[in-house]
Design a protein around this ligand. Structure first.
Ligand SMILES: Nc1ncnc2c1ncn2[C@@H]1O[C@H](COP(=O)(O)OP(=O)(O)OP(=O)(O)O)[C@@H](O)[C@H]1O
Length: 466
Protein backbone atom coordinates (compact mmCIF):
# COMPACT_ATOMS: atom_id res chain seq x y z
CA UNK A 1 0.00 0.00 0.00
CA UNK A 2 2.34 2.75 1.11
CA UNK A 3 5.98 3.05 1.77
CA UNK A 4 5.54 3.04 5.54
CA UNK A 5 6.18 -0.07 7.59
CA UNK A 6 2.76 -1.74 7.88
CA UNK A 7 0.54 -1.98 4.84
CA UNK A 8 -2.59 -2.03 7.02
CA UNK A 9 -3.35 0.76 9.42
CA UNK A 10 -6.16 0.66 11.93
CA UNK A 11 -7.69 3.70 13.60
CA UNK A 12 -10.54 3.98 16.04
CA UNK A 13 -12.73 7.04 15.77
CA UNK A 14 -14.88 7.73 18.80
CA UNK A 15 -18.20 9.40 18.15
CA UNK A 16 -18.63 12.36 20.49
CA UNK A 17 -21.44 11.84 22.99
CA UNK A 18 -22.76 13.88 25.88
CA UNK A 19 -22.08 11.03 28.32
CA UNK A 20 -18.80 9.48 27.36
CA UNK A 21 -18.27 6.26 29.34
CA UNK A 22 -14.94 7.32 30.89
CA UNK A 23 -15.14 4.62 33.51
CA UNK A 24 -15.08 1.92 30.81
CA UNK A 25 -13.15 3.44 27.93
CA UNK A 26 -9.90 5.30 28.23
CA UNK A 27 -7.63 6.72 25.55
CA UNK A 28 -4.06 6.56 26.79
CA UNK A 29 -1.86 9.64 26.33
CA UNK A 30 0.13 8.08 23.48
CA UNK A 31 -3.11 8.48 21.44
CA UNK A 32 -2.55 4.97 20.12
CA UNK A 33 -3.84 2.82 22.93
CA UNK A 34 -7.39 2.23 23.94
CA UNK A 35 -8.26 0.61 27.22
CA UNK A 36 -11.67 -1.01 27.47
CA UNK A 37 -12.88 -2.57 30.70
CA UNK A 38 -16.11 -3.62 32.29
CA UNK A 39 -17.37 -5.23 35.42
CA UNK A 40 -18.46 -8.81 35.23
CA UNK A 41 -20.60 -9.93 38.13
CA UNK A 42 -20.30 -13.53 39.23
CA UNK A 43 -23.31 -15.70 38.46
CA UNK A 44 -22.89 -17.50 41.78
CA UNK A 45 -24.45 -14.59 43.67
CA UNK A 46 -21.26 -14.04 45.59
CA UNK A 47 -20.08 -10.53 46.01
CA UNK A 48 -17.20 -11.19 43.62
CA UNK A 49 -16.94 -8.66 40.88
CA UNK A 50 -14.38 -9.32 38.14
CA UNK A 51 -12.91 -6.46 36.29
CA UNK A 52 -12.22 -7.49 32.69
CA UNK A 53 -10.02 -5.26 30.70
CA UNK A 54 -8.33 -5.13 27.32
CA UNK A 55 -5.73 -2.89 25.84
CA UNK A 56 -5.90 -2.27 22.10
CA UNK A 57 -2.87 -0.93 20.32
CA UNK A 58 -3.79 0.96 17.16
CA UNK A 59 -2.25 3.33 14.68
CA UNK A 60 -4.29 6.07 16.22
CA UNK A 61 -7.25 6.82 18.44
CA UNK A 62 -9.24 9.67 16.97
CA UNK A 63 -11.14 11.27 19.79
CA UNK A 64 -12.73 14.70 19.42
CA UNK A 65 -11.09 15.30 16.09
CA UNK A 66 -12.39 17.21 13.11
CA UNK A 67 -13.21 15.74 9.71
CA UNK A 68 -10.12 17.44 8.33
CA UNK A 69 -7.88 15.80 10.94
CA UNK A 70 -9.43 12.40 10.24
CA UNK A 71 -8.75 12.88 6.57
CA UNK A 72 -5.15 13.99 7.06
CA UNK A 73 -4.47 11.12 9.39
CA UNK A 74 -6.28 8.28 7.63
CA UNK A 75 -6.78 9.00 3.96
CA UNK A 76 -4.22 11.47 2.67
CA UNK A 77 -1.37 8.97 2.51
CA UNK A 78 -3.56 6.41 0.74
CA UNK A 79 -4.29 8.90 -2.04
CA UNK A 80 -0.63 9.87 -2.32
CA UNK A 81 0.24 6.16 -2.37
CA UNK A 82 -2.14 5.65 -5.30
CA UNK A 83 -0.18 8.28 -7.23
CA UNK A 84 2.93 6.20 -6.62
CA UNK A 85 1.16 3.17 -8.07
CA UNK A 86 -0.07 1.47 -4.89
CA UNK A 87 -3.61 0.22 -4.57
CA UNK A 88 -5.39 1.63 -1.57
CA UNK A 89 -8.52 0.87 0.42
CA UNK A 90 -10.20 2.89 3.14
CA UNK A 91 -12.70 0.77 4.98
CA UNK A 92 -15.07 1.92 7.67
CA UNK A 93 -16.53 -0.55 10.08
CA UNK A 94 -18.82 -0.09 13.05
CA UNK A 95 -22.20 -0.73 14.53
CA UNK A 96 -25.23 1.20 13.41
CA UNK A 97 -25.12 4.87 14.34
CA UNK A 98 -21.39 4.73 15.03
CA UNK A 99 -20.62 7.42 12.46
CA UNK A 100 -19.59 5.50 9.32
CA UNK A 101 -21.62 7.68 6.96
CA UNK A 102 -20.51 10.79 8.80
CA UNK A 103 -16.88 9.78 8.43
CA UNK A 104 -17.02 8.59 4.83
CA UNK A 105 -19.53 10.98 3.26
CA UNK A 106 -19.97 13.74 5.81
CA UNK A 107 -22.82 15.64 7.37
CA UNK A 108 -25.25 18.05 5.82
CA UNK A 109 -24.44 20.71 8.36
CA UNK A 110 -21.52 22.45 6.74
CA UNK A 111 -18.94 22.23 4.02
CA UNK A 112 -16.15 21.70 6.52
CA UNK A 113 -17.98 18.63 7.78
CA UNK A 114 -17.68 16.87 4.44
CA UNK A 115 -16.27 13.40 4.80
CA UNK A 116 -13.46 11.33 3.37
CA UNK A 117 -14.97 10.63 -0.08
CA UNK A 118 -15.41 14.25 -1.24
CA UNK A 119 -12.01 15.10 0.25
CA UNK A 120 -10.37 12.21 -1.64
CA UNK A 121 -11.87 13.50 -4.88
CA UNK A 122 -10.54 16.97 -4.11
CA UNK A 123 -7.03 15.69 -3.38
CA UNK A 124 -6.96 13.43 -6.44
CA UNK A 125 -7.67 16.33 -8.78
CA UNK A 126 -5.29 18.58 -6.89
CA UNK A 127 -2.53 16.03 -7.47
CA UNK A 128 -3.52 15.54 -11.11
CA UNK A 129 -3.21 19.29 -11.66
CA UNK A 130 0.13 19.60 -9.95
CA UNK A 131 1.91 16.47 -11.15
CA UNK A 132 2.39 17.95 -14.58
CA UNK A 133 5.17 15.59 -15.60
CA UNK A 134 2.67 12.76 -16.04
CA UNK A 135 -0.74 12.47 -17.64
CA UNK A 136 -3.65 10.94 -15.77
CA UNK A 137 -7.13 9.78 -16.51
CA UNK A 138 -9.51 9.36 -13.59
CA UNK A 139 -12.38 6.90 -13.66
CA UNK A 140 -15.09 6.46 -11.07
CA UNK A 141 -17.34 3.55 -10.21
CA UNK A 142 -19.76 3.06 -7.36
CA UNK A 143 -20.54 -0.49 -6.37
CA UNK A 144 -22.95 -1.54 -3.66
CA UNK A 145 -22.83 -5.02 -2.22
CA UNK A 146 -26.00 -5.71 -0.34
CA UNK A 147 -27.16 -9.15 0.73
CA UNK A 148 -24.51 -10.70 -1.49
CA UNK A 149 -25.92 -8.87 -4.50
CA UNK A 150 -23.73 -6.55 -6.55
CA UNK A 151 -25.38 -3.34 -7.69
CA UNK A 152 -23.74 -0.85 -10.02
CA UNK A 153 -24.99 2.46 -8.63
CA UNK A 154 -24.04 4.32 -11.80
CA UNK A 155 -25.28 1.86 -14.38
CA UNK A 156 -28.25 4.05 -15.28
CA UNK A 157 -25.87 6.74 -16.55
CA UNK A 158 -24.61 4.61 -19.42
CA UNK A 159 -27.66 5.26 -21.50
CA UNK A 160 -28.54 2.89 -24.26
CA UNK A 161 -25.87 0.40 -23.27
CA UNK A 162 -28.33 -2.04 -21.74
CA UNK A 163 -26.28 -2.36 -18.55
CA UNK A 164 -27.64 -5.19 -16.51
CA UNK A 165 -26.89 -5.47 -12.81
CA UNK A 166 -27.53 -9.20 -12.96
CA UNK A 167 -24.52 -9.54 -15.23
CA UNK A 168 -22.14 -8.18 -12.56
CA UNK A 169 -19.69 -10.62 -11.11
CA UNK A 170 -16.41 -10.74 -9.24
CA UNK A 171 -13.75 -12.19 -11.52
CA UNK A 172 -10.11 -13.13 -11.05
CA UNK A 173 -8.07 -11.59 -13.82
CA UNK A 174 -5.74 -14.05 -15.62
CA UNK A 175 -2.77 -11.79 -14.93
CA UNK A 176 -3.63 -11.48 -11.23
CA UNK A 177 -5.94 -9.08 -9.46
CA UNK A 178 -9.67 -9.05 -9.06
CA UNK A 179 -12.20 -6.98 -10.94
CA UNK A 180 -15.93 -6.59 -11.16
CA UNK A 181 -17.12 -7.77 -14.53
CA UNK A 182 -19.76 -5.48 -15.99
CA UNK A 183 -19.17 -2.58 -13.59
CA UNK A 184 -19.41 0.74 -15.43
CA UNK A 185 -16.41 3.07 -15.34
CA UNK A 186 -17.00 6.79 -15.71
CA UNK A 187 -14.30 9.08 -16.98
CA UNK A 188 -14.22 12.28 -14.92
CA UNK A 189 -12.15 15.32 -15.82
CA UNK A 190 -12.38 17.40 -12.68
CA UNK A 191 -13.53 17.45 -9.09
CA UNK A 192 -16.91 18.85 -9.94
CA UNK A 193 -17.73 16.09 -12.40
CA UNK A 194 -16.69 13.53 -9.81
CA UNK A 195 -18.81 15.17 -7.10
CA UNK A 196 -21.74 15.27 -9.49
CA UNK A 197 -21.49 11.52 -9.88
CA UNK A 198 -21.24 11.12 -6.12
CA UNK A 199 -24.29 13.27 -5.42
CA UNK A 200 -26.59 13.14 -8.41
CA UNK A 201 -26.66 9.81 -9.67
CA UNK A 202 -26.01 7.39 -7.04
CA UNK A 203 -27.83 4.59 -8.79
CA UNK A 204 -31.17 3.05 -8.14
CA UNK A 205 -31.40 3.49 -4.37
CA UNK A 206 -30.00 6.99 -4.30
CA UNK A 207 -31.90 7.90 -7.45
CA UNK A 208 -35.07 7.39 -5.46
CA UNK A 209 -33.76 9.73 -2.78
CA UNK A 210 -33.04 12.29 -5.47
CA UNK A 211 -36.63 12.16 -6.59
CA UNK A 212 -37.68 12.48 -2.96
CA UNK A 213 -35.47 15.59 -2.71
CA UNK A 214 -36.97 17.08 -5.79
CA UNK A 215 -40.53 16.27 -4.84
CA UNK A 216 -40.02 17.65 -1.36
CA UNK A 217 -38.64 20.84 -2.76
CA UNK A 218 -41.78 21.19 -4.90
CA UNK A 219 -43.83 20.38 -1.81
CA UNK A 220 -42.07 23.15 0.08
CA UNK A 221 -42.83 25.57 -2.75
CA UNK A 222 -46.49 24.57 -2.74
CA UNK A 223 -46.73 24.98 1.04
CA UNK A 224 -45.09 28.40 0.90
CA UNK A 225 -47.47 29.48 -1.86
CA UNK A 226 -50.43 28.28 0.22
CA UNK A 227 -49.14 30.33 3.14
CA UNK A 228 -49.10 33.50 1.12
CA UNK A 229 -52.65 34.77 0.95
CA UNK A 230 -51.65 37.18 -1.84
CA UNK A 231 -50.64 34.30 -4.10
CA UNK A 232 -53.43 33.25 -6.42
CA UNK A 233 -51.54 30.43 -8.02
CA UNK A 234 -50.24 27.46 -6.06
CA UNK A 235 -47.83 25.32 -8.13
CA UNK A 236 -49.49 21.95 -7.49
CA UNK A 237 -48.77 20.56 -10.95
CA UNK A 238 -44.99 20.84 -10.68
CA UNK A 239 -44.66 17.29 -9.46
CA UNK A 240 -46.69 14.14 -9.13
CA UNK A 241 -46.45 14.39 -5.34
CA UNK A 242 -47.91 17.88 -5.03
CA UNK A 243 -50.42 17.13 -7.75
CA UNK A 244 -51.57 14.00 -5.97
CA UNK A 245 -51.71 15.84 -2.65
CA UNK A 246 -53.50 18.88 -4.08
CA UNK A 247 -56.81 18.06 -2.46
CA UNK A 248 -55.39 17.19 0.89
CA UNK A 249 -53.12 20.24 1.01
CA UNK A 250 -55.99 22.60 0.21
CA UNK A 251 -58.42 20.71 2.48
CA UNK A 252 -56.06 21.04 5.43
CA UNK A 253 -57.58 24.46 6.03
CA UNK A 254 -61.01 23.03 6.80
CA UNK A 255 -60.39 19.39 7.69
CA UNK A 256 -61.75 18.48 11.12
CA UNK A 257 -59.12 17.87 13.78
CA UNK A 258 -58.63 14.18 14.29
CA UNK A 259 -56.99 14.72 17.61
CA UNK A 260 -59.54 16.84 19.35
CA UNK A 261 -63.00 16.75 17.91
CA UNK A 262 -64.39 20.19 17.30
CA UNK A 263 -61.16 22.07 16.55
CA UNK A 264 -59.35 21.90 13.23
CA UNK A 265 -55.61 21.61 12.64
CA UNK A 266 -53.93 24.79 11.45
CA UNK A 267 -53.28 25.08 7.73
CA UNK A 268 -50.00 23.39 6.92
CA UNK A 269 -48.59 26.57 5.52
CA UNK A 270 -49.07 28.48 8.81
CA UNK A 271 -47.86 25.52 10.83
CA UNK A 272 -44.73 25.37 8.67
CA UNK A 273 -43.91 28.98 9.56
CA UNK A 274 -44.47 28.24 13.28
CA UNK A 275 -42.36 25.12 13.03
CA UNK A 276 -39.45 27.02 11.46
CA UNK A 277 -39.60 29.64 14.18
CA UNK A 278 -39.69 27.15 17.03
CA UNK A 279 -39.06 23.39 16.92
CA UNK A 280 -37.39 23.45 13.51
CA UNK A 281 -35.43 26.64 14.14
CA UNK A 282 -32.04 24.91 14.33
CA UNK A 283 -32.30 23.02 11.05
CA UNK A 284 -33.89 26.09 9.46
CA UNK A 285 -30.96 28.18 10.66
CA UNK A 286 -28.53 25.65 9.17
CA UNK A 287 -30.48 25.62 5.91
CA UNK A 288 -30.32 29.41 5.76
CA UNK A 289 -26.62 29.39 6.57
CA UNK A 290 -25.94 26.86 3.82
CA UNK A 291 -28.03 28.89 1.40
CA UNK A 292 -26.00 31.99 2.30
CA UNK A 293 -22.73 30.13 1.72
CA UNK A 294 -24.12 28.79 -1.56
CA UNK A 295 -25.07 32.29 -2.73
CA UNK A 296 -21.73 33.67 -1.67
CA UNK A 297 -19.85 30.87 -3.51
CA UNK A 298 -22.03 31.35 -6.59
CA UNK A 299 -21.33 35.03 -6.63
CA UNK A 300 -17.60 34.35 -6.24
CA UNK A 301 -17.88 31.98 -9.21
CA UNK A 302 -19.47 34.73 -11.28
CA UNK A 303 -16.71 37.16 -10.32
CA UNK A 304 -14.06 34.59 -11.24
CA UNK A 305 -15.77 33.97 -14.58
CA UNK A 306 -15.65 37.71 -15.29
CA UNK A 307 -11.98 37.89 -14.31
CA UNK A 308 -11.14 34.91 -16.53
CA UNK A 309 -12.98 36.41 -19.50
CA UNK A 310 -11.44 39.86 -19.00
CA UNK A 311 -7.95 38.38 -18.58
CA UNK A 312 -8.40 36.31 -21.72
CA UNK A 313 -9.47 39.43 -23.65
CA UNK A 314 -6.40 41.34 -22.36
CA UNK A 315 -4.14 38.42 -23.24
CA UNK A 316 -5.54 38.33 -26.78
CA UNK A 317 -5.09 42.04 -27.30
CA UNK A 318 -1.52 42.07 -25.92
CA UNK A 319 -0.67 39.04 -28.05
CA UNK A 320 -2.00 40.81 -31.10
CA UNK A 321 -0.04 44.01 -30.22
CA UNK A 322 3.09 41.91 -29.85
CA UNK A 323 2.42 40.27 -33.18
CA UNK A 324 1.91 43.69 -34.81
CA UNK A 325 5.01 45.09 -33.16
CA UNK A 326 7.14 42.20 -34.33
CA UNK A 327 5.70 42.49 -37.84
CA UNK A 328 6.47 46.20 -38.04
CA UNK A 329 9.93 46.21 -36.46
CA UNK A 330 12.70 46.95 -38.89
CA UNK A 331 15.02 44.22 -37.81
CA UNK A 332 16.25 42.37 -34.79
CA UNK A 333 18.90 43.39 -32.32
CA UNK A 334 21.29 40.58 -31.71
CA UNK A 335 23.72 40.40 -28.80
CA UNK A 336 27.38 39.58 -29.12
CA UNK A 337 26.43 35.98 -28.29
CA UNK A 338 23.97 35.93 -31.16
CA UNK A 339 20.84 36.02 -28.96
CA UNK A 340 17.76 38.05 -29.84
CA UNK A 341 17.65 41.23 -27.70
CA UNK A 342 14.21 42.74 -27.12
CA UNK A 343 13.56 46.42 -27.27
CA UNK A 344 11.94 48.05 -24.26
CA UNK A 345 8.47 48.19 -25.80
CA UNK A 346 8.54 44.53 -26.87
CA UNK A 347 9.92 43.46 -23.51
CA UNK A 348 7.15 45.31 -21.73
CA UNK A 349 4.50 43.54 -23.84
CA UNK A 350 6.09 40.14 -23.20
CA UNK A 351 6.18 40.82 -19.45
CA UNK A 352 2.55 41.92 -19.44
CA UNK A 353 1.54 38.80 -21.33
CA UNK A 354 3.43 36.60 -18.90
CA UNK A 355 1.79 38.30 -15.91
CA UNK A 356 -1.66 37.92 -17.48
CA UNK A 357 -1.05 34.23 -18.15
CA UNK A 358 -0.13 33.84 -14.51
CA UNK A 359 -3.33 35.55 -13.38
CA UNK A 360 -5.33 33.44 -15.83
CA UNK A 361 -3.89 30.17 -14.55
CA UNK A 362 -4.41 31.04 -10.88
CA UNK A 363 -7.93 32.32 -11.42
CA UNK A 364 -8.79 29.24 -13.41
CA UNK A 365 -7.59 27.02 -10.56
CA UNK A 366 -9.70 28.95 -8.07
CA UNK A 367 -12.62 28.82 -10.49
CA UNK A 368 -12.44 25.00 -10.59
CA UNK A 369 -12.33 24.58 -6.84
CA UNK A 370 -15.12 27.14 -6.32
CA UNK A 371 -17.24 25.29 -8.86
CA UNK A 372 -16.80 22.10 -6.87
CA UNK A 373 -17.71 23.96 -3.69
CA UNK A 374 -20.87 25.29 -5.33
CA UNK A 375 -21.97 21.73 -6.19
CA UNK A 376 -21.19 20.58 -2.72
CA UNK A 377 -23.07 23.46 -1.05
CA UNK A 378 -26.04 22.82 -3.34
CA UNK A 379 -26.05 19.25 -2.12
CA UNK A 380 -25.98 20.41 1.51
CA UNK A 381 -28.88 22.78 0.89
CA UNK A 382 -30.89 19.93 -0.63
CA UNK A 383 -30.17 17.67 2.31
CA UNK A 384 -31.16 20.32 4.86
CA UNK A 385 -34.36 20.97 2.96
CA UNK A 386 -35.27 17.28 3.06
CA UNK A 387 -34.55 17.17 6.78
CA UNK A 388 -36.58 20.29 7.52
CA UNK A 389 -39.58 18.94 5.64
CA UNK A 390 -39.32 15.44 7.08
CA UNK A 391 -39.15 16.80 10.61
CA UNK A 392 -41.99 19.20 9.91
CA UNK A 393 -44.22 16.36 8.68
CA UNK A 394 -43.37 14.39 11.78
CA UNK A 395 -44.12 17.29 14.09
CA UNK A 396 -47.35 18.20 12.29
CA UNK A 397 -48.71 14.67 12.45
CA UNK A 398 -47.69 14.38 16.07
CA UNK A 399 -49.14 17.74 17.05
CA UNK A 400 -52.34 17.91 15.10
CA UNK A 401 -53.35 14.76 13.27
CA UNK A 402 -52.68 11.59 15.19
CA UNK A 403 -55.15 10.59 17.86
CA UNK A 404 -53.80 10.22 21.39
CA UNK A 405 -54.30 6.46 21.38
CA UNK A 406 -52.03 6.04 18.38
CA UNK A 407 -49.42 8.34 19.90
CA UNK A 408 -49.36 6.31 23.09
CA UNK A 409 -49.06 3.14 21.01
CA UNK A 410 -45.96 4.51 19.34
CA UNK A 411 -44.47 6.05 22.47
CA UNK A 412 -40.98 4.87 23.35
CA UNK A 413 -40.52 2.96 20.09
CA UNK A 414 -38.09 3.92 17.34
CA UNK A 415 -40.93 4.93 15.05
CA UNK A 416 -41.80 8.63 14.88
CA UNK A 417 -45.40 9.64 14.32
CA UNK A 418 -44.47 11.50 11.16
CA UNK A 419 -43.29 8.31 9.58
CA UNK A 420 -46.69 6.69 9.77
CA UNK A 421 -49.08 7.73 7.04
CA UNK A 422 -52.07 9.15 8.91
CA UNK A 423 -54.57 6.76 7.32
CA UNK A 424 -52.43 3.78 8.36
CA UNK A 425 -52.08 5.16 11.85
CA UNK A 426 -55.82 5.33 12.12
CA UNK A 427 -55.95 1.68 11.12
CA UNK A 428 -53.54 1.01 13.95
CA UNK A 429 -55.97 2.71 16.26
CA UNK A 430 -58.77 0.49 14.96
CA UNK A 431 -56.56 -2.53 15.52
CA UNK A 432 -55.93 -1.39 19.04
CA UNK A 433 -59.63 -1.04 19.68
CA UNK A 434 -60.21 -4.52 18.28
CA UNK A 435 -57.55 -5.72 20.68
CA UNK A 436 -59.84 -4.91 23.55
CA UNK A 437 -62.52 -7.06 21.98
CA UNK A 438 -60.33 -10.04 20.98
CA UNK A 439 -57.15 -9.73 22.99
CA UNK A 440 -55.11 -12.81 21.93
CA UNK A 441 -55.43 -12.65 18.10
CA UNK A 442 -55.45 -8.96 17.57
CA UNK A 443 -52.65 -8.12 19.94
CA UNK A 444 -50.50 -10.11 17.58
CA UNK A 445 -51.93 -8.23 14.63
CA UNK A 446 -51.19 -4.88 16.27
CA UNK A 447 -47.65 -5.78 17.13
CA UNK A 448 -46.99 -7.09 13.64
CA UNK A 449 -48.31 -3.83 12.24
CA UNK A 450 -45.83 -2.00 14.48
CA UNK A 451 -43.05 -4.27 13.27
CA UNK A 452 -44.09 -3.59 9.71
CA UNK A 453 -43.91 0.14 10.26
CA UNK A 454 -40.67 -0.17 12.17
CA UNK A 455 -39.16 -1.90 9.17
CA UNK A 456 -40.79 0.52 6.75
CA UNK A 457 -39.58 3.44 8.86
CA UNK A 458 -36.02 2.18 8.79
CA UNK A 459 -36.05 1.83 5.03
CA UNK A 460 -37.56 5.33 4.70
CA UNK A 461 -34.94 6.77 7.01
CA UNK A 462 -32.23 5.07 4.99
CA UNK A 463 -33.58 6.50 1.76
CA UNK A 464 -34.01 10.01 3.14
CA UNK A 465 -30.57 9.88 4.74
CA UNK A 466 -29.03 8.79 1.44
N1 LIG B 1 -17.72 12.45 14.76
C1 LIG B 1 -18.99 12.89 14.75
N2 LIG B 1 -19.26 14.18 15.08
C2 LIG B 1 -20.52 14.63 15.07
N3 LIG B 1 -21.60 13.89 14.75
C3 LIG B 1 -21.40 12.60 14.42
C4 LIG B 1 -20.09 12.04 14.39
N4 LIG B 1 -20.20 10.74 14.03
C5 LIG B 1 -21.50 10.52 13.83
N5 LIG B 1 -22.22 11.63 14.07
C6 LIG B 1 -23.68 11.76 13.98
O1 LIG B 1 -24.23 10.56 14.54
C7 LIG B 1 -25.34 10.12 13.75
C8 LIG B 1 -25.12 8.70 13.28
O2 LIG B 1 -23.99 8.67 12.42
P1 LIG B 1 -23.99 7.90 11.02
O3 LIG B 1 -25.30 8.03 10.31
O4 LIG B 1 -22.78 8.35 10.30
O5 LIG B 1 -23.83 6.42 11.54
P2 LIG B 1 -23.65 5.07 10.67
O6 LIG B 1 -22.55 4.32 11.31
O7 LIG B 1 -23.48 5.39 9.21
O8 LIG B 1 -25.03 4.38 10.94
P3 LIG B 1 -25.81 3.25 10.04
O9 LIG B 1 -24.94 2.05 10.01
O10 LIG B 1 -27.06 3.05 10.82
O11 LIG B 1 -26.05 3.88 8.69
C9 LIG B 1 -25.50 11.12 12.62
O12 LIG B 1 -26.46 12.07 13.01
C10 LIG B 1 -24.14 11.77 12.52
O13 LIG B 1 -24.24 13.09 12.00
Amino acid sequence: MNTQASPVKVYVRIRPTANFAHEFIECLPDLQTLSVRWRKESKKRTSNIHLNSWLFKLNGVLHNVSQEEVYDCVAQSVVLGAFEGYNGTIMCFGQTGAGKTYTMTGAAEAYKQRGIIPRVLQQVFHEVEHQTDQSFSVHLSFLEIYNETLVDLLSALKRGKGVNNWALGVVEEPGGGVSIKGLTLHLVHNEEEALNLLFESEGQVQREAMYINKSLSFLEQAILALADSRREHVPFRQSKLTHALKDSLEQQRTEPNLKEAGSSPPPKADAFEDFKADRGSEINRILKENKTVLLERRSRLETLTDVINATKRDMDSIASLLHQYRGQSQGQFVSAEGEHVMEEAELSLVMQLRELKNVYRKTYEEYNSTKAEVSYCQHLVNQCRVRLLTEFESWYNESFLLPGQVLSLLEGGPIRPGHVPVDKALTLEDDEQKTFRHPPDNQQETSSAISFYNAYNRSLQRKVKK
